[in-house]
Ligand binder design. Structure first.
Ligand code: F6P
Length: 373
């Protein structure tokens, strides 16, 4: 009998999701002797917590309408998806294991009713954390890692990172020309909840004076000193400060936040505001004109760069291969330049943060000046 794969994208979107879905559909259709069918599930776990999902039937057209939650994805339909950002399946932060409203039993019932031989979940720590728990409950699951934060353990790459990094680099380039014209200092806030990979690598690629990351609480007086020295001793006309949304000063308990809950499912509070705070502090400590730019969701928007298209395709193909081989409870992973797979439970193993001792210079608040780490 034809194998049936369900695919969903959960959590924050990013460029690279659509290429991975295309890779999965094409791998399922053409990657082996027997074609497999792929069912696209709408809005992450939200589709699978619906009652009567199977009985309600598939979507009537190529776009989901109100009340529709799944449809068969054909190779022809997904053909242009590798060029497209976001996720054409939609996403949500619905958590079937939410303490307030656990719904994982409904998910298990739906996987059975939909006759899914495998469920491919494309997500970060939250989505793949759910996948790992479902896998432990007997659901055949394959994970594909994505997050612009690149903080999932078990893989050296997560879809979306390179595109977000390119956005940061392009925006810093733009800011540098106007900063130079006006001799201004700019503070640029990036995403990165717990991990500073985006801020650090964005700072390196963009040539920032300092890059502040969540893994190393910073000393404000030192930041000011570094910038003043750059200007007075080095003669810099302008400086760029990159600051991760999760970074915070060493005299504070934790990151800046509006306190608002992003979503009830995983109960994350919205981060942000550190860039504005830093701008005010720098203006107080100097007589400079300091401006702030918060890159926010620009970093997750737009078309995927070539790397996210290529890795997305490889991850999608690899997921199809694993299903064809009858494997489950695995997460596709990138290691030592190759695509491989690891147990999906790695998603529950904490986070892959910046290795401050090897990658970060705690005195200069920037990348280490060493080529060999
Ligand atoms: O996890 C990826 C991420 O982009 C984080 O860097 C950021 O804190 C969060 O998602 C933003 O989430 P939302 O789009 O739900 O506001």
């Amino acid at each position: 009998m034809t194998k049936r794969i369900g695919v969903l994208t959960g959590g924050g979107d990013c460029p690279g999701l659509n290429p991975a879905i295309k890779g999965l559909v094409l791998g399922a259709a053409y990657g082996g002797k027997t074609p497999m069918e792929v069912i696209g599930l709408r809005d992450g776990w939200r589709s699978l917590v619906q009652e009567d999902l199977a009985a309600a039937g598939p979507a009537r057209g190529p776009f989901f309408q109100q009340g529709e939650h799944w449809r068969v994805l054909t190779p022809m339909e997904v053909d242009p998806w590798d060029t497209q950002g976001g996720t054409n399946l939609g996403s949500s932060r619905t958590n079937p294991y939410s303490k307030k409203k656990p719904q994982y039993e409904q998910v298990i019932r739906n996987v059975e009713a939909m006759k899914l031989d495998a469920l491919v979940a494309i997500g970060g720590e939250d989505t793949l954390g759910v996948a790992a728990k479902l896998s432990a409950a007997g659901v055949p699951v394959i994970g594909i890692p994505k997050t612009i934060d690149r903080d999932l353990p078990g893989t050296e790459y997560t879809l979306g990172f390179e595109t977000a990094l390119q956005v940061i680099t392009d925006e810093v380039d733009r800011i540098r020309t106007t900063a130079g014209s006006h001799s201004r200092t700019f503070v640029i806030e990036t995403m990165g909840r717990h991990a500073g990979h985006l801020a650090l690598q964005g700072g390196i690629a963009g040539g920032a004076a300092v890059s502040l990351i969540p893994e190393c609480p910073f000393n404000l007086a030192r930041v000011v000193r570094l910038l003043v020295e750059r200007k007075l001793k080095g003669g810099a006309r302008y400086s760029i400060v990159i600051i991760s949304e999760g970074a915070y000063p060493d005299d504070r308990e934790g990151p800046f936040s509006s306190g608002a809950l992003r979503d009830t499912g995983f109960e994350h509070v919205a981060l942000g505001g550190i860039g504005e705070w830093m701008t005010v502090q720098l203006e107080k400590a100097t007589d400079w004109d300091v401006r702030c730019v918060t890159l926010s969701h620009l970093q997750r928007g737009g078309a995927p760069v070539a790397y996210d298209r290529r890795v997305g395709r490889m991850f999608g193909h690899a997921a199809a291969d694993l299903v064809r081989q009858g494997m489950s409870a695995r997460m596709v992973s990138f290691q030592d330049g190759k695509v491989t797979h690891v147990p999906v439970e790695v998603a529950l193993d904490g986070l892959a943060l910046v290795n401050v001792d090897k990658e970060y210079d705690k005195k200069r608040y920037n990348g280490r000046r060493s080529g060999i780490i």
